[in-house]
Design a protein around this ligand. Sequence first.
Ligand SMILES: [Fe+2]
Length: 249
Amino acid sequence: MKAIISDIHGNLEALNAVLEDIRKRDIDQIICLGDMVGYGPSPVECLNIARDFSVSILGNHEEATLFRAGSRDFRVRAEMAIEWTKKQLFDRDQQSSEQSLKFLHNLQETYHDGDEFYVHGSPRQPLRDYVYPKDIQNHRKMGEIFSRVTKFCFCGHTHLPGVFRDDGTFTHPEDLPTGVYLTGKEKVMVNVGSVGQPRDGDRRSCYVTFDGDAVVFRRVEYNIEETVKKVYAAKELDHSLGERLRTGK
Ligand SMILES: [Fe+2]
């Protein structure tokens, strides 16, 4: 069984809590859909852990950290967090910086496993495309997405978990009895939510497990105040990046 996680965003406490939950289950692969860094106060520690995942793919925050200072894609607080993240990565000892850089440079934009397609954003634009629940009404957009999907697609990026189906419906995990989505003949795109910065109003970390048929949305409590304290201690990180963790918005 696979555990699929995304958008850790430098939140070590959330990542450790999710990994502890994963360890209790029969998981043989951890697949990470990008944005391991950015916003949060522990980017290097999160990258050090991510190096051991079965597969990690590139998110827009890794791309910005590597290549694009001052990108127009980022608002001021996100951009400041990227600059701060770079400093954390490059101001460590040489060996640590080299390891992080090598790992980031080797991240691929997409990953395929049989009829499973893994991306950060969407199959149209793996790094950049946001697919929100309301987009299910946008038949052209969803048609373009599903034309690139054989059966399953897993994504992150919006931090909003749920299941998009090619029959034009979207299901929020809250509307699934016991949080389990059983797949049938339809094509699905599953947003796995965010480990380190949930935005669906539930402040707990989110990830999914997948056994080939059932997608199970899992929520995990972690020590939010510990992370908030670290955000406040880094003066380049806007306080709102800590405060939003308390509400999951
Ligand atoms: Fe993200």
